[in-house]
Design a protein around this ligand. Sequence first.
Ligand code: ATR
Length: 273
Amino acid sequence: MTHPTRQHFIVIGNPIAHSKSPEIHQAFAEQTKLDIQYRRQYCPDDPQSFQAVVDAFFNGGGVGANVTVPFKQQAYSLCAEQGGLSEHAKVAGAVNTLLLKDGKVYGDNTDGQGLVNHLRQLGWPLQDAKVAILGAGGASRGVILPLIEAGIGSLTVANRTPSKAQDMLEQLCTASPAIEQLKPTSCALEALTGDFDIIINATSIGLSNDKLPLDERLSCDYAYDMMYGRDLPFLTHFEQQGASVSEGYGMLIGQAALSFERWTGATVDTSKL
Ligand code: ATR
């Protein structure tokens, strides 16, 4: 049986079997009454294979693709060379959403705005907030511009390797006047101290058994871990101090909703998931 109105989507990753994106997008399709198929697409970890998967998908009539670990930077390079990038993708240096624009593959990044939308849904105050982000890798870089656009008042990036945080902020300030205007600062993880409104863990420490070397005097009203679905000592630490806490599953839903909206034009109510 053919489905003339069915729209096709994929998420490209390696590994990919664990991805929850097909279920999330299927739920969006049911909510918006659209007929979609969304599949997991494994890809060998090299640029030629990634290009081949992207070409085969769009040449075959695919509407949109999500890109996950380890391909977000490869997707950025592909779009930079071939079809263009959104402002958020440019500043993040990474692409999580592919679509066709004028017949060419165009890259967007909805991760940071997905986080901001989740924080708003939680009711956490962002306007003028004093924010610290732990980590200076891709996850951290991708959320900084959307947080600043959301109106935060100050930003400190703390990292195990402080020079990486400093280099990242220098690059971001060059890439975006809005980031430069806020004058974000950086420091070593253990040097981060004082009281913050919101602290966001964007390190990948949750994948290891290591413990973050946090100062005893570091405190916050709200603590967010971009990881989810596992034991997160970072959140337990601040919860015991009385902070409100959240893991990052809502960010996953948030970024997916924005991708879905870009592709289909339909609006999703994430509070109903
Ligand atoms: P991602 O794309 O998920 O951000 P990444 O680019 O590899 O991944 O960055 C991982 C981040 O987690 C980095 O900030 C890293 O710190 P370093 O820059 O010092 O490497 C941080 N990180 C990873 N493991 C950590 C650990 N055990 N303790 C503290 N920070 C850690």
